[in-house]
Write a protein that binds this ligand. Structure first.
Ligand SMILES: *Cc1c(COP(=O)(O)O)cnc(C)c1O
Length: 231
């Protein structure tokens, strides 16, 4: 069994080093644990070891682990593809949906939040790698989508998210993260507000993401160990 506390510390050390190399302050980058397929007890262990942000990809997993996690000092985000028929459910569990991939989903969230009298932090997910298997809006549409979503008064657009390119070529990976930062800067200009959050970088490439301005890295296997292949 991987030692979660030790692994968390190792990730934090990698982040601190990457921040130093990039001339950034270590407290500019937060860790969100990507906890898909992990049992609630393992997640609770990570929270006890200091993890504060948890990200789930499936509403079913949020629901299944809720009884064990809801009382713990953590905040949950949704980071997977959100089906429109799961909008009502997801809002019970999360403080942020990082995977808003179009105006239609934004509108569904907006309508439900209006009914509940609530607001929600959101990120717009951009498909910077262009791979058909990845969700997110096309880079060419990103600024327009952010502008539109920002007019929905129940949604607070905090920034952008990408899964990035999976490639052994570090320069290409960095380029996909740089693209997200450039789009964020343009979107912030377009809406006339800061969009402080750049959610990008995973276990294998957090250094590249930090070098390009990530403020939130989403880490799974570096903390919990390798997932079964089917996940
Ligand atoms: C699983 C997952 C991660 C973390 O991936 P690791 O390589 O295990 O660190 C990050 N983001 C999303 C959206 C994920 O689904």
């Amino acid at each position: 069994m991987p030692d979660i506390r030790e692994n968390l510390a190792a990730v934090r050390a990698r982040l601190d080093e990457a921040c130093e190399a990039a001339g950034r302050a270590p407290d500019e980058v937060e860790v969100l644990l990507a906890t898909k397929t992990q049992p609630a007890a393992r997640i609770a262990e990570a929270i006890a070891a200091g993890a504060r942000l948890i990200g789930e990809n499936r509403v079913q997993e949020l629901a299944a682990k809720d009884a064990e996690l809801s009382g713990l000092p953590c905040e949950r985000h949704f980071i997977g593809h959100l089906q429109s028929n799961k909008v009502n459910q997801v809002l019970r569990y999360v403080s942020c949906v990082q995977s808003v991939d179009g105006v239609e989903l934004a509108d569904r969230l907006q309508r439900r939040l209006e009914a509940l009298g609530q607001t929600l932090d959101v990120l717009v997910q951009v498909n910077t790698s262009g791979e058909a298997s990845k969700s997110g809006v096309a880079p060419d549409d990103a600024v327009a989508v952010v502008k539109e979503v920002a007019t929905r008064d129940r949604l607070r657009v905090r920034g952008l998210m990408t899964v990035g390119l999976q490639s052994p070529d570090d320069a290409l990976v960095r380029a996909s993260y740089r693209d997200l930062r450039v789009l964020r800067d343009r979107a912030a200009d377009a809406v006339g507000a800061a969009l402080p959050v750049l959610s990008m970088g995973m276990s294998g490439d957090l250094e590249a993401a930090v070098a390009e301005g990530a403020t939130l890295v989403r880490i799974g296997s570096a903390v919990f160990g390798a997932r079964p292949r089917t996940a």
